[in-house]
Ligand binder design. Structure first.
Ligand code: GTP
Length: 332
């Protein structure tokens, strides 16, 4: 299930349960003749129903649907206004489903801010109108619900982020992995088409990697790969992204970089790697294949293939060189 779908379901179910709870409150108050509270609950139930309708209507944009903040602000301020005007402190517990709904539907910071905006004036009102011990009990109950739910959501967000990072990160180098490359490259191609800016890529391979592995062992080669990743992170600029393809190849996506730019950065990478003294291995060089997106390049595989062929071409001309496709040599 996609995240958008999951959110549509949880938001819909959240609003649905809140509607049920508030509707029951409305009926109860109608039965006992508390008409003011009945109208309040009916108004709130209408808003939660509007929440369900909005969730369904904006189901394709659930990750950033701004209408939820408007609906929840209406619900929170409605309850607060009712407490102030009806001088009724017996409806404090009505805030419980609202706090949960805030945290379930809004981003954590927004949800906390809105919930505190509800609880703070409520606390003042309760301390003015009730014996301190009763007010303290009611407010601490709300604060405990808010804290526990917020901690749970924070922990979930944190774990989801870690899982996502793990899924797109190479365990040896810490750079992005090949799986994430196609996704990002396709986005960059679409962005370049929409905005008309240039986009270049580099396929970079360590020269004589197999021979070096036979000589120094897999562990030392992995250390070299890791050190080279750190070096590349230091050379490229913010906005460029780095990927590890296998044990001896890297890929770079360089947005806003024209042909002349990719030549400059490829040469800089080649030179700085060749000049560096690498632990255990000593000297290491790389072959770089570069290319810039042309008008007909709308898919990732054409760019990747051209960069790979350019890298093979550079390698054919001897190690420690770069080649710009469709055939212009940068340096051998
Ligand atoms: N994507 C990318 N392009 C680079 C990088 N370094 C250089 N370039 C490209 O090469 C061009 C010339 O770079 P430099 O020789 O460093 O000159 P510069 O005027 O200091 O470059 P900028 O201020 O970064 O534009 C830049 O305009 C970029 O197109 C880099 O780290 N990443």
């Amino acid at each position: 299930m996609t995240e958008t779908r999951l959110r549509t379901w949880t938001h819909g179910v959240g609003y649905g349960l809140a509607t049920l709870f508030i509707f029951t409150l409305a009926l109860q108050n109608l039965r006992y003749g508390f008409y003011e509270l009945f109208y309040l609950a009916a108004g709130m139930a209408t808003l939660t129903l509007a929440g369900i309708a909005y969730t369904i209507l904006s189901r394709r944009h659930q990750l950033s649907a701004p209408g939820h903040l408007v609906i929840l602000s209406g619900l929170n301020s409605g309850l607060l206004a009712a407490m102030l005007t009806m001088s009724s402190t017996g409806i404090t517990h009505w805030a419980m489903p609202l706090l949960i709904l805030n945290l379930l539907i809004l981003p954590l910071r927004q949800a906390l801010a809105l919930s505190l905006l509800l609880i703070t004036p409520m606390a003042v009102l309760l301390f003015v109108k009730q014996p301190p011990a009763d007010a303290l009990t009611a407010i601490s109950g709300l604060l405990i619900v808010l804290t526990v739910a917020a901690l749970y959501i924070w922990q979930y967000d944190h774990m989801a982020q870690s899982a996502e990072d793990l899924a797109i990160t190479d365990p040896v180098t810490g750079a992005h992995n090949a799986r994430f490359l196609d996704e990002t490259l396709q986005k960059e191609i679409s962005r370049a088409i929409a905005t008309g800016h240039s986009l270049s890529v580099i396929n970079l391979a360590i020269d004589y990697a197999d021979e070096a592995e036979d000589l120094h062992g897999k562990e030392n080669m992995q250390a070299l790969f890791y050190n080279m990743t750190q070096h590349l992170f230091g050379v490229i600029r913010a906005g460029d992204t780095l990927y590890t393809l296998n044990d001896s190849e890297f890929f770079l996506i360089l947005p806003f970089t024209p042909e002349e730019g990719v030549r400059v950065i490829a040469e800089r990478i080649r030179r700085t790697i060749a000049e560096q003294h690498w632990p255990v291995i000593g000297k290491a060089t790389v072959s770089l294949g570069c290319t810039t997106r042309g008008h007909s390049d709308t898919r990732t595989d054409t760019l990747r293939k051209r960069a790979h062929q350019a890298m093979l071409e550079a390698r054919k001309r001897g190690a420690d060189s770069a080649w710009f496709s469709p055939g212009e040599m940068l340096r051998t």
